[in-house]
Design a protein around this ligand. Structure first.
Ligand SMILES: C[S@@+](CC[C@H](N)C(=O)[O-])C[C@H]1O[C@@H](n2cnc3c(N)ncnc32)[C@H](O)[C@@H]1O
Length: 258
């Protein structure tokens, strides 16, 4: 089963590499700017070091959290999870963590929403990209929330919320500029989140969806999202997908090299 999954991912990655385009493969000014400027923003050394320190603190933390699992759960962990292992297997680090930083740095969103805090690696990057942004991050598991709230307490532009995504979105009317969906890895739940987000989306709100190739189910639902008329611009960056409502443009999809 694991071998089949790894082979599928390898094949998917190969196909992605064949189709992915850099800045010269795009005629869209928005995508050209995204690829040429946003994706190439240098990560300042204080950010690299700050993130490394935060990650190291988590990675060397030997305590455990009893997690309340939402959605598809984890492929690699049980209910009682070592913080060190959670940091290693379920966070936005590496180049995709840097992507979150680059997006908030480049587009300077005033309001950012993250669905799925876990240990706060994504929240850390989103908030450091634009320290003027108000970043709200939602976590359903009470123990994880209590842990991460404390870990992120020194970053004054992050607000942690303990709620289920559905409950949060049904009771919230804020219009966000960037939304990062990184929680429940069932494709149907991602679609449900998009439905609930619909009333509070603005033109140009950037929605980042993590783990679009986490499973066949996630990939199939990503394809459905790409086909939806309501999103005018969609971009596939292999692990993450980006969707933007841009009512003034023709519908377009790009496979972007990252
Ligand atoms: C993959 S982790 C998030 C990783 C984090 N965004 C990062 O970048 O490091 C997903 C988190 O979402 C939470 N979650 C999943 N489904 C949820 C739901 N429906 N409501 C609330 N929280 C949920 C899980 O408890 C878990 O902590």
């Amino acid at each position: 089963m694991y071998l089949r999954l790894s082979m599928n991912i390898a094949l998917e990655f190969f196909q992605y590499l064949l189709k992915a385009k850099g800045r010269h493969g795009t005629h869209s000014p928005y995508v050209y700017d995204f690829v040429d400027v946003c994706l190439r923003l240098p990560i300042p050394s204080d950010i690299k070091n700050g993130f490394k320190n935060y990650f190291h603190r988590l990675h060397t933390n030997r305590s455990s959290i009893e997690v309340m699992d939402y959605g598809a759960g984890s492929k690699k962990m049980g209910k009682r999870r070592r913080v060190s292992k959670m940091a290693r297997v379920s966070g936005s680090n590496g180049k995709y963590g840097e992507l979150l930083f680059r997006i908030t740095q480049h587009y300077k969103p005033a309001k950012v929403l993250e669905l799925g805090t876990s240990l706060g690696l994504g929240s850390w990057m989103l908030s450091r990209g634009n320290t003027n942004a108000a970043v709200t991050t939602v976590e359903g598991c009470p123990n994880t929330y209590n842990f991460v709230k404390n870990e992120l307490s020194s970053l004054s532009n992050i607000k942690c919320v303990n709620a289920s995504f559905v409950h949060f979105l049904e009771s919230n009317h804020t219009h966000y500029d960037v939304v990062y969906i990184d929680g429940d890895h069932r494709g149907s739940s991602v679609i449900e989140m998009l439905e609930l987000l619909e009333p509070i989306l603005k033109d140009e709100t950037i929605i980042i969806i993590d783990d679009i190739r986490w499973s066949e189910d996630m990939l199939n639902h990503w394809k459905q999202i790409v086909a939806m008329d309501r999103y005018h611009l969609t971009m596939d960056l292999f692990r993450m997908g980006i969707v933007v409502k841009r009512t003034h443009q023709q519908k377009e999809h790009f496979i972007v090299k990252y």
